[in-house]
Unconditional design. Structure first.
Ligand SMILES: Cc1ncc(COP(=O)(O)O)c(C=O)c1O
Length: 375
C-alpha cells in the first residue's frame, strides 16, 4: 500500500513491491450489524476495519479491509509497554445532496505522518492511506447517518508491535482504521478547571503529536476537575500560567485586547499545542474575513482575569473535531469561579457564526469548498 520514503531514496534495497491502495484486499462481513439509533460516542463500531502490517524486512504489506474484530497482539508488544502508539480523528458527513464528505483530511494525514516520525514508526504514503480510508467508508457508507447532524468518526491508529521488551525503534508495526457513529460531543457550555499543578505537555515533549501517551496521562487531572464540578481541565503552562489547551481542544479568546483592539487569539504552535485541523480552519477563515485582528500569541490566566474584570472578553471557546466548537462558560482558577462568558449572546457570537454559517455549509455541502474531500 504505502511507499516507504527510505526505500525510495535508495538507502535501503526494496525487497517487496511497493503497495498501493489499489492492491487493497477486501473481505466482506457475512453478518452485518443492526445500526443503533443513538449511541454514546466511541462505543459502537461499523462492520469493517482496515489494517496494514509493516515489518522492517518486508516493508508495508497488502492492505486489508476485513470484518471488524479483535486484534491478536504479542504480550510484549511495544505499544502496550512503552506507548509506541498514535492516532488520528476525523469525521465523514452526509451532505444535503447525499454525498459523503471528509473535512480537510490531508491535514490529518500530515499530522499523522509527523506523529509517526516522532514515535519512530515507519513513514507511509499519505494519499495511499487516504485512498484506503475512502474505500472503507464506501463499504460502510450506510453507517453515516442519513438525518440530522450526526456523522461517522474515523479513528486511524498506528501501533508498534515489536514483540520484545527492549526499549527500541520497533521492527514491526500495525496501522489500522476503525469507525464509529458520532453525534454532537458537547452540547452545552463547558466548565473548566485550571490548576498549574498538572501539565499536559512541555517544551521538547510530544504534546504537538497525537500520541496515546499524551492522553492516558491526563485522566487523573480530569478526575480532579470533576471533583470541582468541572467537565474538563484547562491546561496551563509555566510560571505565568499560560493558557494552552482545554481538555482535548484548542482554545480561542475573542476579546478586546490590552491595546483596545478587537482580536481573536489562540496560543502559538510552539511544541506544546496540538496543531488542530479545526484551529487552523478557524484561523484561516477569520483571516480571510479580515474583520478583526487574528493572532497566535501567548495568553495567560492573568490577562484573561483582567479582561473578565474589565468586561473585555466577548467569548472564549474550544475547538476540535469531536466537539467542533464549544463555548466555555466558567473556569475554576485559584479556588474561584470565573464566569468566562459575557458580552456576546450565543446567537450573535463568533463561535455560533463559525459553526452555523461556515462549517455546516462546508461539511454538509451547502456551499462549494476546496476544504471538502468527496468520498
Ligand atoms: C490535545 C488536543 N488538542 C486539540 C485537538 C483538536 O484537533 P482537531 O481540530 O484536529 O480535532 C485535539 C483533538 O484531536 C486534541 O487531542
Amino acid at each position: 500500500m504505502f511507499s516507504d520514503p527510505e526505500r525510495l531514496s535508495g538507502r535501503r534495497q526494496p525487497q517487496v513491491e511497493i503497495r498501493h491502495a489499489a492492491d487493497l484486499v477486501v473481505q466482506l462481513s457475512t453478518s452485518l450489524q443492526r445500526k443503533p439509533d443513538v449511541v454514546d460516542f466511541g462505543t459502537v463500531f461499523t462492520d469493517h476495519m482496515l489494517s496494514v502490517e509493516w515489518n522492517a524486512n518486508g516493508g508495508w504489506q497488502t492492505p486489508l479491509i476485513r470484518p471488524f474484530g479483535d486484534l491478536s497482539l504479542h504480550p510484549a508488544c511495544s505499544a502496550l509497554h512503552y506507548a509506541v502508539e498514535l492516532f488520528e480523528g476525523l469525521k465523514v458527513y452526509r451532505g444535503d445532496d447525499k454525498r459523503l464528505r471528509l473535512f480537510r483530511p490531508l491535514l490529518n494525514m500530515e499530522r499523522m505522518s509527523k506523529s509517526a516520525k516522532r514515535a519512530c514508526l515507519p513513514a507511509f504514503d499519505q494519499s495511499e492511506l487516504l485512498g484506503c480510508i475512502k474505500r472503507l467508508i464506501e463499504i460502510d457508507q450506510d453507517w453515516v447517518p442519513h438525518l440530522g447532524s450526526g456523522c461517522l468518526y474515523i479513528r486511524p491508529t498506528f501501533i508498534g508491535t515489536e514483540p520484545s521488551l527492549g526499549v527500541k525503534k520497533p521492527n514491526r508495526a500495525l496501522l489500522y482504521v476503525i469507525m464509529c457513529q458520532a453525534g454532537s460531543y458537547f452540547n452545552t457550555e463547558l466548565s473548566l478547571w485550571a490548576d498549574p499543578k498538572y501539565t499536559r505537555a512541555w517544551k521538547g515533549g510530544t504534546g504537538d503529536c497525537k500520541m496515546g501517551g499524551n492522553y492516558g496521562g491526563t485522566l487523573f487531572a480530569q478526575q480532579e476537575a470533576g471533583s470541582y464540578d468541572c467537565q474538563q481541565v484547562l491546561w496551563l503552562y509555566g510560571e505565568d500560567h499560560q493558557i494552552t489547551e482545554g481538555g482535548t481542544m484548542n482554545i480561542f479568546l475573542h476579546w478586546i485586547n490590552e491595546d483596545g483592539d478587537e482580536e481573536l487569539a489562540t496560543p502559538p504552535l510552539d511544541g506544546i499545542i496540538l496543531p488542530g485541523v479545526t484551529r487552523q480552519s478557524i484561523l484561516d477563515l477569520a483571516r480571510k474575513w479580515d474583520e478583526f485582528k487574528v493572532s497566535e500569541r501567548y495568553l495567560t490566566m492573568g490577562q484573561l482575569c483582567s479582561a473578565l474584570k474589565q468586561q473585555r472578553l466577548k467569548e472564549m471557546f474550544g475547538s476540535g473535531t469531536a466537539c467542533r466548537i464549544c463555548r466555555i462558560g466558567s473556569i475554576v482558577y485559584e479556588e474561584k469561579v470565573q464566569n468566562s462568558q459575557n458580552s456576546s449572546s450565543w446567537d450573535k457570537s463568533l463561535s455560533s457564526n463559525l459553526l452555523r454559517i461556515n462549517f455546516a455549509l462546508f461539511q454538509h455541502g451547502r456551499s462549494p469548498s476546496d476544504w471538502t474531500y468527496l468520498v
